[in-house]
Design a protein around this ligand. Structure first.
Ligand code: 2P0
Length: 342
């Protein structure tokens, strides 16, 4: 049986940075689910054992250990996996060399295929619904992937400010969202395309002994309270303050870990400077956020799109590697593409 899903990437507004046990976050995180940056995955399940994996039609044996490790983690929940062979064909809408992490879209697409197949063979998921189970499996693959299961805005990690929020799986953002945030734009300015020197997994682990860890975790909780008000009222000025503070805090934590490390590049700072300058002059409500890398995510309401895209093309593009950027926006979440074949 072949099962296929496409699943998007996401960009965190409140960042997950620090985890314990098996992929349990040390603070809650909130993200916009994207639309155009996505992974399409088809899994062919047959009786047997082993894995094959290809990316864009090319065999990728080097991905097998990571997938085996993931399958090992999820077998406790899905013991049926031991008697199946998985042939995985995957492709990303964004180039592998864009510096955009594919773990959120990739692990969520694969997890959705696995949960759908489990359903088809009559495996009972217990008390959880399809998407909760898919989010748990995604989390076990990569923490941020747990949030890609839902369109719009997603929350992962327990917060006393958000009902039904959980550490084990992400949920769709459960509160009122002002219309301005429903089609918010995210232009990803590609600054660096090289593989990161420090993996996120190592970065997370450095939070265990970070001198500011407790303060950071309480700050993230407070930011959830703040963003709840911002998302409800549509206060873009406060949104700008909060998202930029989160982005710079994330990189500040990296720069103050032991060992410390720096993922931003000179052009990351150039872009940030230009964004702030343009915002002051134009009064347009544009802001930036950063992932664990050098690329800059430029966030703005759809109503500011024409002028902001002009700014990107006239001013920011010169700081992008190969003049590359990806124009994305808040999206609807994963999509099933399956046609069944027995
Ligand atoms: C996030 N990041 O909330 C944060 C902000 C990057 C910066 O989650 O070890 O690939 O697989 O759980 O999810 C990147 O880390 O880490 C990340 P693992 P993941 O999106």
């Amino acid at each position: 049986m072949k099962i296929s899903w496409e699943s998007p990437s996401n960009i965190a507004l409140i960042k997950y940075w620090g985890k314990r046990d098996i992929q349990i976050p040390l603070n809650p995180s909130i993200s916009f689910t994207l639309s155009k940056c996505k992974t399409t995955t088809e899994v062919h399940f047959t009786k047997g054992t082993g894995i094959d994996i290809s990316l864009d039609g090319k065999d990728k044996p080097e991905f097998i250990p990571k997938i085996e490790n993931y399958l090992q983690r999820i077998k406790e929940r899905h013991p049926w996996l031991v008697s199946y062979r998985l042939q995985i064909k995957t492709s990303n809408s964004f180039p592998h060399s864009s510096g955009i992490a594919s773990s959120a879209s990739g692990m969520s697409a694969l997890s959705l295929c696995i949960v759908e197949f489990a359903n088809k063979i009559g495996f009972k998921l217990g008390a959880l619904d399809f998407y909760q189970e898919a989010s748990i499996l995604s989390r076990l693959g990569s923490g941020s992937a747990s949030r890609s299961i839902y369109g719009g805005i997603a929350v992962w990690g327990e917060s006393s400010y958000l009902k039904n929020s959980r550490n084990e799986y992400a949920i769709k953002y459960p509160e009122i969202i002002h219309p301005i945030f429903k089609n918010y734009c995210d232009v990803i300015l590609i600054v660096d395309t090289k593989e990161k020197q420090v993996s996120s997994t190592l970065g997370h682990s450095l939070m265990d002994s970070h001198p500011f860890n407790e303060q950071r975790f309480s700050q993230a909780h407070k930011h959830v309270k703040d963003i709840k008000r911002i998302l409800q009222t549509g206060n873009v000025d406060d949104f700008i303050q909060l998202t930029e503070l989160e982005a710079l805090t994330l990189h500040g934590l990296m720069m103050s870990s032991s060992p410390n490390f720096i993922l931003i590049k000179p052009n990351t700072l150039k872009i940030i400077e230009k964004i702030r300058e343009f915002r002051n002059n134009s009064k347009l409500p544009i802001s930036f956020t950063l992932d664990a890398g050098a690329n800059v995510h430029l966030l703005f309401p759809n109503s500011a799109k024409n002028k902001t895209m002009e700014f990107v093309k006239n001013t920011l593009i010169q700081f992008c590697r190969g003049e590359n950027f990806i124009s994305d926006h808040v999206g609807l979440g994963p999509k099933r593409l399956t046609n069944f074949e027995e």
